[in-house]
Design a protein around this ligand. Structure first.
Ligand code: PGA
Length: 255
């Protein structure tokens, strides 16, 4: 099976209804004339309230998919303010970003909780984009491989082979998110290769070769092509640069 390439825009807490429609429409029209490779998914992750509207808007562009930025792990119940995977699935969205470092940091999400969210997504036919990444102090003390291993083992590797094949991994060094400091292509490749080797160790080579691993953290129009040219980098999770249609489309075209 040929590995999927993915460029995903994480809008975070940005865009009103009108702004969301405008941004999505302008991304779509800029991509209209492009030759999109068959194995490429362009994913947009807006705030929850725009999910249904955006899935309706992308219906004619087969390569475009909508993602949620989080979900609750329970199916339903008295959890004021929360959104379940089943509700997300009912909007037509196909992906859910899980374990983003901002969720881990500001909302105290642990590997154990993220593990439950992964299960809930798969139960609802949603593809989790499982985020992992080390903070600067961990990289400086050379604990970055250990951190990534823990996050993957505790949050994702509980899955059986056929289930982990439904997941996507995003390596996002926390020190690179929103800071303008990108991992060098070599640093990204080194970690992506490490993650793929770990998958081979916990599953097998075949599973490892099929899972897409995205890079995230200050990816922009000028560094995307070099990052994406690395052997184990299958695309990107783009924050700030996904809020400007021209920049985002430039990054999509760099794949
Ligand atoms: P950034 O964010 O591109 O703004 O660094 C990436 C992310 O948080 O997914």
């Amino acid at each position: 099976m040929i590995r999927k390439k993915i460029v995903a825009g994480n809008w975070k807490m940005n865009n009103t209804v009108d702004e969301a429609v405008y941004l999505l429409s302008s991304i779509e029209s800029l991509l209209e004339e492009e030759n999109i490779p068959e194995n490429l998914h362009v994913v947009i992750a807006p705030p929850f309230i725009h999910l249904k509207m955006l899935t309706d808007l992308v219906q004619n562009a087969e390569y475009m998919h909508i993602a949620a930025q989080n979900c609750h792990h329970e199916d339903k119940g008295a959890y004021t303010g929360e959104i379940s995977a089943g509700m997300i699935q009912s909007t037509g969205a196909k992906y859910v970003i899980l374990g983003h470092s901002e969720r881990r940091l500001y909302f105290y999400e642990t590997n154990d909780l993220i593990k439950l969210k992964v299960i809930s997504c798969l139960k609802n036919d949603l593809t989790p984009i499982f985020c992992c990444g080390e903070v600067l102090a961990e990289r400086e003390s050379e604990k970055h491989f250990e951190t990534i291993k823990n996050q993957l083992v505790e949050g994702l590797f509980h899955l059986e082979s056929e289930d982990i094949l439904q997941a996507v991994i995003a390596y996002e060094p926390v020190w690179a998110i929103g800071t303008g400091k990108t991992a060098s292509p070599q640093q990204a490749q080194e970690m992506h290769a490490y993650i793929r080797a770990l998958i081979a160790q916990f599953y097998d080579e075949d599973v490892a070769s099929q899972i897409s691993i995205l890079y995230g953290g200050s990816c922009n129009p000028s560094n995307a092509a070099e990052l994406f040219s690395q052997k184990d980098v299958d695309g990107g999770l783009i924050g700030g640069a996904s809020l400007k249609s021209a920049d985002f489309v430039h990054i999509v075209k760099s794949i």
